[in-house]
Design a protein around this ligand. Sequence first.
Ligand SMILES: Nc1nc2c(ncn2[C@@H]2O[C@H](COP(=O)(O)OP(=O)(O)OP(=O)(O)O)[C@@H](O)[C@H]2O)c(=O)[nH]1
Ligand SMILES: [Mg+2]
Length: 319
Amino acid sequence: MHELPALIEKCLRGDKRSTARLISLIERADPAAPVILERICPHTGNAYTIGITGPPGAGKSTLVDRLVQAFCSQQYSVGVIAVDPASPFTGGALLGDRVRMKHDRGDRDCFFRSMSAGKVMGGLAGATQDAARVLEASGRQIILIETVGVGQSELDVAKATDTVLVVLTPESGDSIQMMKAGLLEIADIYVINKSDRPGADSLSRALQAMLDRKPMTGGMPCWRPPICPTSASLGQGLPELYGCIWSHHDHLRKTATLEERRKSRLKAELQQKIEEEITQVVREILLDETEAAGWLEDLWARKVDPLTLARRVVAARFR
Ligand SMILES: Nc1nc2c(ncn2[C@@H]2O[C@H](COP(=O)(O)OP(=O)(O)OP(=O)(O)O)[C@@H](O)[C@H]2O)c(=O)[nH]1
Ligand SMILES: [Mg+2]
């Protein structure tokens, strides 16, 4: 693709259209993706990333919209990635009233991008992180990533951020014991959204009780996830939530946990990418049908057992 270098240069200068095109290339694992990632790498690694997750319809998008306003009013340049659920159960039809975010209004500097969990090649978390890298390279200082807290891969996306907001609603109150522990465990901050409805207090008490039972982790001094009641649609509790987010950021910095978290994320990403590369090599090995037919004959004639043969093939390939 001959215009790729120009596209990357424009992205690095903050051009939104080029940024969007680069993310699309990465999303569909285009052969240009490695070139893009290599070129932008020196311009990444410092953006503050915030994951927003929670049950379908909890008000995540409405909340993200409010947070974007807050960050932009402090002159931060913001990027948003919303991962659309892969499952037809949680997406679209069932939740007819999903909020369409309004960031790209002329009065605010925000880049909004939605990614479909179903379409992404390779790991969802990896693709989202790469998209976030492009956003950062284009000058975004704060990146908000919204995912529905249902499947493991969606939770992994949220976990791969600096600060994780788990958004619940008063309706979650009764089912808190039944809720996937995985969702509750990843929170740095609990948001009880829709606090304009009854039941917010009892959910708050249930969460406090749960936190009281839990041993503290995450650097010294320990961080106890605060519980923030909000009403995103009415605009209530937002300054307090905004304050909690920055407190967590400061905590991460002071305790060196930010660096630790980012390093362990890089390690996990590297492992994932190595696995993907090896899977690719395996596919290539099996693509040679004549050779594969010969192996099968040897196996069938019991000249060799599958494990020994597999080891031979691998050794020959990686010698
Ligand atoms: N009463 C009340 N309704 C809210 C509040 N926040 C959001 N809503 C409404 O809840 C509905 C869902 O809001 P969204 O922001 O789309 O929720 P979401 O969590 O992003 O939904 P999905 O992305 O589909 O999982 C919309 O009709 C919102 O207007 C709130 O604080 N109080
Ligand atoms: Mg949403």
